[in-house]
Each structure stands twice: as C-alpha cells, then as structure tokens.
Design a protein around this ligand. Structure first.
Ligand code: UFG
Length: 336
C-alpha cells in the first residue's frame, strides 16, 4: 500500500517525500514539472537511499490519474499540486481556478472510484485573510484577498461537501504558514528561476549577489519595527507535520483544519538580521512602499496540531536561515 504525493517534486512536496520514505512509507509521486525539475526525483532517492514510482503527469488529466490508481495500491494521498504565485493569480485568475480546482476534483473522483478516502490537502494561512488578532486559531473567520487564496478556500469548502456526501472520507486541511529553509543535505530546497515573490528566496538572491537589494515592503505597519511579521516554519518541520496528519487521518473519518506554524512571529528586518547572523553574509535592503494585499501580522496558534496530531516544530529561526543559504551554496557548487 502506498501514499500518492501529487506535486511531489515541488518545494514542500519533495521534503515531504523524504520524510515519508524515512518513516518507511511506500510512495508514488506524480508531478508535471510545471514548477520543479526532474532532477528532484533523483535527489529524493539520493537522500533517502530508497526508490519509488514516479509519474510525469498533470493531475487534471483524468486518464493519467486513473492509470496511477489502477497500477498501484494507493491508501491515501497528499495533494500538493497547484499553482501558488499570488501576483500571477491576480493577473490570471481563470488559469488558477481551472488548474487548482480541476486537479483536486479529478483527484477526488479518481480516489472515490478506487475506494481511497484518506486525503491531506495543502491549504494555506492565506484562508484567514486579514485576521483581527494573532495567534490565529483554526476556527477564525475565513476570507481571501487574491484568486490564489480563493482557490485554497474553495477547495477546503469542496472537501467539506465531499465528506458530507460520503462519510468514509478522512481529510486534513493543512494550513501552512511561511515555509523556509531546506533539507540538511543541501540537495533539495527553494531557488526560483524568476525574481522571487517571497522573502527568503529574495534574501538568498541578494546575499548571492544575483539581485542588488532587498525591497522591504513598508515600515509603517503596526508591528514591533513597522515591517510585516510572519510565522516562518522550517520546511522539514512542515513536512513532518504531514506525516503527523497522515497518521491521524488514517485512523478516523471527517474533515479537520490544522495550522502548521511555529507560533512565533518575526518581522522582515528581524529576518534580515537573523540571516546575516546565521550565515555571516550581508543583505542590503531599502524601505519601499507596502505591497498591495499584504497584512501586518500573521502567526499561528499551533495548539490544535499539537494536541490532536502530536506535532511540534523542532527548528529555530537561525537553523532555518542557515539551511536556506546552505542549499543555495550547494546549488552554486553543483552548477559550476
Ligand atoms: N517581503 C518584503 N520584500 C520582499 C518579499 C516579501 O518585504 O521582497 C515581506 C512581505 O511584505 C511580508 C513578508 O516579507 O511582510 C513575507 O512575505 P512573503 O511573500 O514571503 O510571504 P507572505 O506572507 O506574503 O505569503 C506567504 C505565501 C502565500 C501564502 C501566505 C499565507 O507566499 O502563498 O504566506 O499567509 F498564501
């Protein structure tokens, strides 16, 4: 029996594959490499010393998904596959709704046909919109500020309806805060080809001299130093959160949201300082205007994940910064 990982060569997906294999799970991975590279398949095997079946396919492709379920005994799925760039989703909403929702519907339909009812879904803290207070609990009101976030919220609602229609389903809605860092090996991590949208990949590129300066989006928020505060979680901790959720949903039915975050908030300027201290590399920055749609503060209340999943984070911020940079340095060496 295997766990299907959709989007398994992406940033969070690849780290989760490693943790699954390390924990002794058999996995089947599907990805269309829209936002990742084939080499990641080999890297996951190199890190774990384990083999697994890989399918290059689009999760919207009904025939391809049917083939995967027919050729393997899948007992549960972790669904990472999806578009994830906030700005792009504003420019191309139809593309986002089509891809993110259609792939999920196709997956669910195929799972039902094969009597497979265990699903962990990659949601996001973005479903909390602009929260009135922090830390954020799972029962806070939900809203969104961009099409990407709305796809996550819609899918959460769809999955709730799916459970109502058939109580055999067991679904975890995993609401991620801000994943950063990389696997200790330096073999997998996050290094987008384009100009990064997110803070840590941007810091990495400035530190590496590939971009001249970090633009800090606003220093007039109601926070400790005026810059945005977020809950940064080591991607390996986030991956471990999926294992904890999987263990839980394999023994029950229902739909449950869980926050996966550390519960600690760091400002943009604190992140620059943490990165510089952890790696001994300077990061030049300048204060610019606020980025439209950004919120001041966002950090998790992780009590539910702790109590119900037994999940807590192991990595502190200095290690997150070190591991993020280590991956970039290793990539540089490999590309020489
Ligand atoms: N920031 C900068 N400069 C940059 C990039 C970011 O100052 O070049 C700031 C932002 O203004 C924000 C903080 O750094 O205060 C973090 O920004 P990110 O873009 O890294 O992350 P966000 O919290 O905006 O968004 C992330 C994911 C979304 C997800 C959301 C959930 O990118 O997919 O968390 O809360 F929806």
């Amino acid at each position: 029996m295997a766990i299907l990982v959709t989007g398994g060569t992406g940033y969070i997906g690849s780290h989760t594959c490693v943790e699954l294999l390390n924990e002794g799970y058999e996995i089947v991975v599907v990805d269309n490499f829209y936002n990742s590279k084939p080499i990641v398949v080999d890297r996951i095997k190199e890190i774990t010393g384990k083999d697994f079946k890989f399918y290059e396919a689009d999760c919207c492709d009904k025939e391809a998904m049917e083939k995967i379920f027919s050729e393997n005994k899948i007992e549960g799925a972790i669904h990472f596959a999806g578009y994830k760039a906030v700005g792009e989703s504003v420019a191309k909403p139809v593309m986002y709704y089509q891809n993110n929702i259609d792939s999920t519907l196709t997956l669910i339909e195929t799972m039902e046909r094969h009597n497979c009812y265990v699903l962990a879904f990659s949601s996001s803290a973005t479903v909390y919109g602009s929260p009135k207070t922090c830390p954020i609990k799972e029962d806070f009101p939900l809203s969104t500020t961009n099409p990407y976030g709305t796809t996550k919220l819609f899918i959460e609602r769809i999955l709730q309806d799916v459970y109502v229609s058939n109580n055999k389903w067991s679904i975890a809605l995993l609401r991620y805060f801000n994943p950063i860092g990389a696997h200790k090996s330096g073999l997998i991590g996050e290094n987008p080809n384009d100009i990064p949208n997110n803070l840590m990949p941007y810091i990495n590129k400035v530190a590496a001299g590939e971009l001249p300066i970090l633009h800090v989006f606003g220093n007039d928020y109601d926070t400790k130093d005026g810059t945005g505060v977020r809950d940064y979680i080591h991607v390996v901790d986030l991956a471990r959160g999926h294992i904890a959720a999987l263990r839980k949903i394999m023994t029950q039915t229902g739909v449950e949201p869980y926050n996966l975050g550390t519960g600690k908030g760091y400002s943009v300027l604190e992140m620059v300082e943490n990165f510089e201290k952890a790696n001994g590399v300077p990061v030049k920055y300048q204060i610019d205007a606020r980025r439209p749609g950004d919120i001041a503060t966002c950090f998790a209340d992780g009590t539910k994940a702790k109590e119900e999943l037994g999940f807590t984070c192991q990595y502190e911020i200095d290690e997150m910064c070190r591991d993020a940079w280590h991956y970039i340095e290793e990539e540089k060496k490999r590309n020489k």
